[in-house]
Design a binder for this molecule. Structure first.
Ligand SMILES: [Zn+2]
Length: 251
């Protein structure tokens, strides 16, 4: 691969020896990539101004290393640092969660420009007035939808039959299940129609419109718990940022 340039958002940062770093980026043009940056920790660095911090929005220049899926990153210029997020412990925790969630559900090299835009828009939303919780729920639903792992809500996820208000939410079956299929998952739980409608709304509407949707707190709570269970089922590793979020929310 010749020298490449792309917009990118930092998902993860790992120190490497004394002066180098490995950053995981979600790039606009190449999907998730890992880049090594040499000589950046310490007095003299090629990339300054906060561009190496988690969820920084950068423009990066990188090129191939022989026999490795880690690219050499030669330049990393900051576009947006998201100061309002970094000034709030709560917003910071949510942004770190979004970055870790995206990292955990995507593979290296899977390009999806809409996923990049979703992360960028979600960080912008979180930077503004919107509640952190709402920004996180929108991010989760849109992400599941873009990755094609959205729960089935329009018909029974087990038999394909009609679903009505009595339907339960089954993580195991991957969506709503009808009365006849309750026995297929004993852990399925009831879900309010308002919650189902909210998910469908978020999925269907463009991002600019979803940011303004108001949600009743009962729906918000149920939604958070249903999405949490659904995501936990799909993600193998435990997210460290989630534990941090829970700690903050207790305060
Ligand atoms: Zn059924």
């Amino acid at each position: 691969m010749p020298i490449q340039k792309s917009e990118a958002i930092v998902l993860r940062r790992q120190d490497l020896r004394e002066t180098s770093l490995i950053l995981t980026f979600y790039t606009k043009d190449f999907g998730k990539i890992k880049g090594i940056l040499r000589g950046v920790r310490g007095a003299r660095g090629v990339c300054g101004g906060g561009s190496l911090e988690i969820f920084a929005h950068d423009e990066i220049v990188f090129y191939d290393r022989k026999k490795s899926d880690i690219f050499t990153t030669s330049q990393c210029d900051l576009i947006e640092f998201f100061n309002p997020i970094r000034r709030s412990l709560e917003k910071l925790a949510y942004a770190a969660y979004m970055a870790e969630l995206l990292d955990s559900v995507t593979a290296l090299g899977d390009k999806n420009e809409r996923v990049f835009d979703l992360l960028l828009n979600s960080l912008k939303l979180l930077s503004g007035e919107a509640s952190s919780r709402r920004a996180a729920r929108i991010f989760e639903i849109k992400l599941l939808s873009l990755l094609g792992i959205m729960p089935t809500l329009e018909s029974c996820a087990n038999c394909g039959g009609k679903v009505d208000a009595s339907a339960k939410f089954s993580v195991l079956q991957g969506g709503l299940i009808c009365k006849n299929c309750f026995k297929s998952d004993e852990n399925a739980h009831t879900i309010m129609q308002g919650t189902v409608k909210f998910i469908e709304h978020i999925r269907a509407l463009p991002f600019e419109k979803v940011a303004r949707i108001k949600v009743a707190s009962a729906v918000g709570k149920e939604l958070e718990s249903a999405l949490r269970k659904f995501l936990d089922y799909h993600i193998e590793r435990r997210l460290k940022t989630l534990e941090f979020l829970r700690e903050i929310e207790k305060v």
